[in-house]
Design a protein around this ligand. Structure first.
Ligand code: HEC
Ligand code: HEC
Ligand code: HEC
Length: 435
């Protein structure tokens, strides 16, 4: 605990100093700087097409994910994002003049979406402007043409719910100084137009790095680009061509099918990725999905060392095998092969081999309903085991699947499952009361 407090204190100190330094330079500069609009909203017949293109950019960018609260009106905001420092609510971006952005100009919209300065000053990076900065002028303008058409909803949101000192927006100038690259996408002349398109989609509108890249202490991206990142009880795995923990064994079609339907012959999405598939990637065009696959395959593979598989005669492995055979093998099959296109294969599964087992534990505790997409309307479900199995049985089953059939990964401990059970507010184990 003491260690954790120190780490947080350090973060505050650095933010405050960097923030103070950057304050005059950046906030003042940002608020008064003009962002010339090189592309204008179309008039007449062209506008209809432009709005359609803008709707597609909004899909690519998944604006709905954060700006629509569950059960709330589209884009009316109020969706809560928990950060390690406290909660931030998303803004109302409907065309309501009082509580939304109905009175805004295109330049104000640009300032917020690509440059991170909203109606109250600097925006928190929970709004992924650091990715949207890469949007082209054309895409940004098309997006604005579409966003302007969203029906007005009167809904007042107080975005900033953070405690002092994190509620001080001026400190974000320091964050920007350290981590924000305010620059539109720069194509790489060395690679094909298709790979450039994929890079644009992943780095810009798709903001894949906001989950798939590990963060440093201050919430900035680490240099391990797309090599896996953890978020609120989930782990977004390595997307580089690493053969053990990444997409090294995935074909282009595997990636395309996963992003379009949330499933392929190897695995099925869950948690935050299911939301990304349902709201965003399933709407991507075939050529855009192929461009993403090409680009991910062109990345340098992460350099993780593969651990030796744990001896099958160790106690955790023996107990884990028993749990697996009695609870899991009816669906995932004794040899971990799963059932093609219905039940994920656990053997050789990159997610199962990941150093961070958070997503696996989460899925076993709470179950998972695969995504409902146009391509896959009847996804199979994984039942929840939180009520049925103890922390130690789940840990051993995890250790077993992570070290069988060619898999190799660190063991999962009882303490990890216990903390995931608390962190994800999973059901209690039915045997707990009797212990
Ligand atoms: C991952 C979550 C997330 C996504 C995705 C997201 N936003 Fe946001 N957005 C937020 C949050 C949170 C805020 C409030 C941040 C703050 O107040 O500092 C915000 C603020 C804004 C604001 C500023 C409003 C104001 O009054 O200052 C605009 C405009 C905006 N978003 C537009 C968009 C658009 C357009 C998209 C899609 C291209 C988008 N957002 C995608 C989370 C998100
Ligand atoms: C909101 C966070 C989030 C965003 C944004 C996101 N992902 Fe994911 N992604 C995840 C999580 C969490 C998982 C693990 C899901 C699981 O356990 O089934 C995942 C899994 C995946 C997988 C499966 C990997 C495997 O080995 O099973 C692929 C491929 C993937 N994401 C690609 C992408 C791409 C491409 C983008 C951007 C267009 C993206 N993701 C954006 C959170 C995210
Ligand atoms: C009734 C069939 C069924 C049973 C029993 C079952 N699973 Fe699953 N499992 C599934 C399905 C279906 C999915 C895919 C869920 C999704 O789409 O999110 C899944 C997903 C998973 C995943 C995530 C795989 C990935 O690629 O992200 C893991 C890990 C897993 N199961 C482990 C287990 C373990 C361990 C047990 C036993 C304790 C078990 N399962 C029992 C059907 C089952």
């Amino acid at each position: 605990m003491a260690k954790k407090l120190r780490r947080v204190a350090l973060a505050v100190g650095v933010v405050a100093v960097a923030g103070a330094l950057g304050y005059t330079a950046l906030v003042e500069y940002g608020l008064h700087k003009s962002y010339p609009q090189t592309v204008q909203i179309e008039e007449g017949a062209g506008l209809k097409d432009q709005i359609k293109r803008g709707e597609y950019v909004a899909r690519l960018s998944d604006c709905t994910a954060c700006h629509t609260k569950e059960g709330g009106q589209p884009f009316a905001g109020g969706y809560k994002l928990d950060t390690p420092f406290g909660a931030i609510l998303s803004s109302n971006i409907t065309s309501d003049k009082d509580t939304g952005i109905g009175g805004w100009t295109q330049e104000q919209f640009d300032r917020a979406v690509r440059h991170g300065i909203g109606s109250h000053g600097n925006l928190y990076a929970a709004m992924p402007y650091n990715a949207y900065a890469k949007l082209t002028d054309q895409d940004l303008t098309d997006l604005w043409a579409y966003i302007r058409t969203i029906p007005a909803v009167n809904n007042k949101v107080v975005e900033n719910q953070l405690p002092f000192p994190f509620n001080q927006r001026w400190t974000l100038a320091g964050w920007n100084l350290l981590f924000f690259k305010d620059q539109v996408f720069q194509p790489n002349a060395q690679v094909s137009p298709e790979i450039n398109r994929g890079a644009y989609l992943v780095e810009g509108p798709g903001h894949c790095a906001s989950c798939h890249t590990a963060k440093n202490l201050l919430g900035g991206d680490s240099s391990a680009y797309l090599q896996g990142g953890s978020l609120q009880g989930w782990y977004a795995p390595d997307l580089t061509p690493n053969p053990h923990t990444g997409l090294g064994h995935w074909s282009n079609e595997d990636i395309v099918s996963y992003l379009r339907s949330g499933a392929n012959s190897k695995t099925a999405s869950s948690g935050p990725m299911t939301e990304a598939v349902e709201n965003s990637t399933q709407y991507m065009s075939d050529s855009d999905l192929h461009a993403i696959a090409q680009y991910l395959h062109s990345l340098p593979a992460s350099q993780t060392t593969v651990p030796a598989a744990i001896d099958s005669q160790q106690n955790a492995m023996l107990v884990g095998k028993k749990v697996y055979e009695s609870q899991c093998s009816a669906c995932h099959v004794s040899n971990g092969s799963g059932i093609r296109n219905m039940i994920p294969t656990l053997a050789g599964n990159a997610q199962v081999n990941s150093a961070d087992p958070s997503s696996l534990i989460n899925v076993v505790l709470n179950g998972s309903q695969g995504p409902f997409t146009h391509a896959n309307p009847t996804a199979a479900g994984m039942p929840a085991f939180a009520w049925k199995l103890s922390d130690s049985n789940i840990a051993d089953a995890m250790t077993y699947i992570r070290n069988s059939w060619g898999n190799a990964a660190t063991p999962v401990t009882e303490a990890q499952v216990k903390s995931a059970r608390e962190g994800t507010k999973a059901q209690a184990w039915m045997g707990a009361a009797k212990e």
